[in-house]
Design a binder for this molecule. Structure first.
Ligand SMILES: [Zn+2]
Length: 197
C-alpha cells in the first residue's frame, strides 16, 4: 500500500500516537489502515459413511485434497460463507439447519482463523467447481491422508472419524504454532463437552 484510499496521500508504516504497533498510516488525512486476521470458513460435508473432499485446482497445494473452504466475504456470516464456498468449490447444496460449528483453528503465524462446520448432505449431488479438479466422497479408509492440502483439514477429518465412534461431535478450538525448529504443533484449547475447567 503506497497511497491512501481516501485522499491519495502518501502512506507510511509507523506506530501511530496512542498505539503500540506499527500501522500503515496516511500522512495527509491521518487515517490508519489496520490489517487484521482473515477468516477462512468451510464445511465437512458427510453423506452416509463418507466425507466429501475437493482436489485443489489452484495454488497453494494444487492437486492436493481439501475440504471446501475459503475466505469469508464482507457482509456475510461465517456459516453463510461456508455454505457459499461449498457451493462454489463442490457444487453441493448445504442447508443452514444441517450445519453445526465443529472445529476452529487459530493460525497466528499466518494471521488466519479457520472455521469448519459439520454438515450432512441431503443427496450425493456435487461436481468440481472452478477451484477444484475433482470432488469425491471418501470412506475413512480411502482418505488420501498423505495428499491432504492443509493441517487444519487433516485434524478436522481425524477428529471427525474419532468422534463418530461415540456419535458426539463437540466443538473444538485448536492453536497451531510453529516452534523455533519449524515443527508445527497443535494444541487443543477448548472443547464444548468439557465438564471441568
Ligand atoms: Zn489520506
Amino acid at each position: 500500500m503506497k497511497f491512501c484510499q481516501h485522499c491519495a496521500g502518501p502512506i507510511t508504516h509507523h506506530v501511530p500516537t496512542g498505539d503500540d504497533k506499527p500501522r500503515f498510516c496516511c500522512l495527509q488525512c491521518d487515517v490508519v489502515f489496520y490489517q487484521n486476521p482473515n477468516n477462512i470458513v468451510g464445511t465437512l460435508p458427510v453423506y452416509g459413511d463418507k466425507v466429501l473432499l475437493c482436489k485443489r485446482a489452484i495454488e497453494p497445494r494444487l492437486g492436493k485434497w481439501t475440504l471446501p473452504a475459503g475466505f469469508m466475504e464482507n457482509g456475510e456470516t461465517t456459516l453463510a460463507g461456508a455454505i457459499r464456498e461449498t457451493a462454489e468449490e463442490a457444487k453441493a447444496t448445504v442447508r443452514e439447519q444441517d450445519c453445526r460449528l465443529y472445529t476452529l483453528f487459530n493460525l497466528p503465524y499466518i494471521n488466519q482463523v479457520y472455521l469448519f462446520f459439520l454438515t450432512e448432505l441431503q443427496e450425493p449431488k456435487f461436481a468440481a467447481g472452478a477451484e477444484s479438479l475433482e470432488v469425491a466422497l471418501f470412506d475413512e479408509h480411502e482418505i488420501p491422508w498423505d495428499e491432504l492440502a492443509f493441517a487444519v483439514v487433516k485434524i478436522t477429518l481425524q477428529q471427525y472419524f474419532e468422534d463418530r465412534k461415540s456419535a458426539l461431535f463437540p466443538v473444538r478450538m485448536f492453536n497451531l504454532e510453529y516452534s523455533a525448529e519449524r515443527q508445527l504443533s497443535t494444541q487443543l484449547v477448548s472443547h464444548s463437552h468439557q465438564n471441568e475447567w
